[in-house]
Ligand binder design. Structure first.
Ligand code: UTP
Length: 288
């Protein structure tokens, strides 16, 4: 079985839910305390054994790749000023992994963005991450998916969260092959926005997907789906025709930081646990 050492993170979307700020700053670079959203994702991947990280960027959004590149002048400045903690906070960024960027010239969908990474990924399984999805937990979410992949002969794994039954019509919902009550189960389908009555489970796909390289053939074959975009969900349905696939419910909390309220919740959750700032933030929350 091939080891999972590669991840693809699309960051080429327009971020319309986060306007106006996303007009000036990529939403993946918005801070949660003092680190951008994308750094939480990269740290989770590195803690999960990922060594190569491929960002899918738009033509004018290379700042996500640049954030992970060495800044010689800033390092010299901080050293000269004796700001060693600040130096340490930026020094490791570039050597956490090997970083690459591929371009998506037009935002034609999440699946289309993943397809742009085909040549750089090569013939190996890889993890796809939503560029604005933090999964906040003690165990890195990507590592959980890798473990399910390894236990099941190298099958693809979709990360899921359980959502309230009356909200299933907003998500891509997985259909269990047999029983879907455990945290990990084999699936037979993924259904985009099913009606509340017809939904096969309350497990919504989101955040992380571990896929075999055959996903690229599916992505290249399928027609545009919802919103006229090439959707990863449609490619997964296609792949399910020929390969087994599993769903795994994260042990951490999923936070869609492309959504304003969820982003603020992430700041509060990380803020109150912060080793230096936590006590003051907690006090403020109680007094506000
Ligand atoms: P989202 O659907 O959250 O991003 O996609 P979006 O389209 O930018 O957001 P809204 O809905 O307009 O606010 C999840 C991730 O996929 C990337 C986004 O940048 C985000 O990190 N993405 C999405 C692409 O790279 N290309 C696309 O065509 C679409």
């Amino acid at each position: 079985m091939l080891r999972v050492e590669t991840a693809v993170i699309p960051v080429a979307g327009l971020g319309t839910r986060f306007l106006p700020v996303s007009k000036g700053v990529a939403k993946e670079l918005l801070p949660v305390i003092d680190k951008p959203v994308i750094q939480y994702i990269v740290e989770e991947l590195v803690a999960s054994g990922i060594r190569r990280i491929i960002f899918v960027v738009s033509d004018n959004k290379r700042e996500v790749l640049e954030y992970f590149q060495k800044d010689e002048a800033l390092e010299v400045y901080l050293t000269a000023k004796g700001k060693m903690n600040e130096l340490a906070s930026i020094q490791h960024l570039h050597d956490m992994a090997e970083f690459f960027a591929v371009e998506q010239h037009q935002p034609l969908g999440f699946g289309h963005a993943v397809l742009q990474a085909r040549d750089v990924v090569g013939n190996t399984p890889f993890i796809v991450c939503g560029g604005d999805d933090i999964i906040d937990g003690d165990v890195p979410a990507a590592r959980e998916l890798v473990e399910v992949y390894e236990r099941n002969g190298g099958a693809s794994v979709i990360g899921v969260v359980r959502v309230p039954a009356h909200t299933v019509n907003r998500y891509g919902i997985v259909a269990p092959l047999h029983d879907g009550s455990d945290r990990t189960f084999q699936i037979k389908d993924v259904i985009e926005k099913p009606s509340v009555e017809s939904a096969p489970s309350n497990c919504a796909a989101g955040g992380r997907w571990l896929v075999t390289p055959e996903i690229f053939e599916s992505l290249a074959r399928i027609e545009p789906g919802a919103g006229g975009e090439i959707q990863l969900t449609d490619a997964l349905k296609d792949l399910l025709q020929t390969q087994p696939m599993y769903a795994h419910q994260y042990s951490g909390v999923y936070r869609d930081c492309g959504n304003k309220v969820e982003y603020i919740k992430a700041i509060i959750a990380f803020g109150r646990r912060h080793p230096v700032l936590g006590a003051e933030i907690e006090q403020f929350i109680h007094s506000a």
